[in-house]
Design a protein around this ligand. Sequence first.
Ligand SMILES: Nc1ncnc2c1ncn2[C@@H]1O[C@H](COP(=O)(O)OP(=O)(O)OP(=O)(O)O)[C@@H](O)[C@H]1O
Ligand SMILES: [Mg+2]
Length: 418
Amino acid sequence: MNKKTSGGLITAIDIGTTKIVAVIAQKNTRGIIDVVGIGQHPSHGLKKGVIVNINATVDSIKAAMQEAQAMAGARIESACVGISGGHIKSINSTGVVAIKSREVSQHDIDRVIEAAKAIPIPKDQYILHVLPQYFRVDGQEYVFDSLGMYGVRLESQVHIVTGAVASAQNIIKSCELAGLRVSDIVLEQLASAAAVLTPAEQEMGVGILDIGGGTSDFAIYKDARIRHSKVIPIAGNHFTNDLAVGLHIPFSKAEELKKLYGSVSKDRILELKKNYLDISLGYEGGTKTVELSSLAEIIHFRAEEVFDLFLEEINQFRLRPLMPTGLVITGGGSLLSGMQELASEKLGMAVRIGQPEILAADVPYAIPDILKSPIYATVYGLILHASGGCNFGDISATSDAVFARVLKRMRSWVYDLF
Ligand SMILES: Nc1ncnc2c1ncn2[C@@H]1O[C@H](COP(=O)(O)OP(=O)(O)OP(=O)(O)O)[C@@H](O)[C@H]1O
Ligand SMILES: [Mg+2]
């Protein structure tokens, strides 16, 4: 797969529910990844992380790409893109094979990963990632590098992420109509994790929750391997919608107020009591007086719901022991005042806000200040991946041939089962 576009440029596009961001980067002569173009446009064609209007999405991709290309002074042909939405499903799967000549060979490793992939998948889903977690050799747990080990039985534990074929096809089609070939499709929280989690956190055990506009995407890492992932279909737009409905004001006004005065902190509710604001209702005409504490009163329920769903998942799958360093929240929703404190209180663990940073001294990336915001975690992680700085395992979808290949592979896995 060719990850670079013409002239050694690397491009990533985050097709989000609220905004589409394109970033163009280039490796300079010292091997450092320099961002040379950034473009952003509001997104009007997605609902809950999924494309529901191709034309609107194409227009936004074109606008973001035009801006990024003008800044970079280059014409881009292909890009790595993210995927999310309620259709994403993840499971951990195990494969078992006999070790052929008493010593684990690369061929045994390939066979045992293939064996773990052989799971029944609904017809409308395809495998997006197969991420090896660890091996067992003759019952010896948590072997990360099994090559050359002696034994008779090799087991692999892998994390499999599947997505709806139609959703991926809509992403590919939108990019192609905007004049771009899709070089890779990556689960969004994997990209965000690469951008904001430190290697030490990933090694010791940590969770990441990217609270976007349409979905809150989470993943858990331990021993530098992904252990769990899930998409929660509630995020920032739901907070705004609650405000719009609760206060009888337009969505755009609610969004503005949420960013300026919104909070999920109970202390802030008390602080803001008896503070009033006159809001002009725009196209509806007239003004409305709102007590500022009512914003927090309305939206803190939604924020609690997001963390309740997160808690439900970590309790159901007994994930808490995998997160000794706590949780990193990112995405635009993490910027809502009081989110970090509320998360820490509800979950009973350390919580920090993550933004793209240089995470290890030996990683040569120069991040422009403009991208140092939780909003850009996904797009920056996609750039890291596209530039070869991190590997998300066996990634499929690339342009037209992709689907033929993916479907063929799906069929062969199905045959493998019988
Ligand atoms: N300063 C802020 N205070 C409160 N909320 C904010 C702030 N900045 C952004 N948000 C909210 O963050 C959300 C957008 O986040 P983000 O840009 O990460 O989403 P997205 O990538 O477009 O969507 P998704 O990943 O869910 O498809 C919006 O709901 C927006 O209101
Ligand atoms: Mg996002």
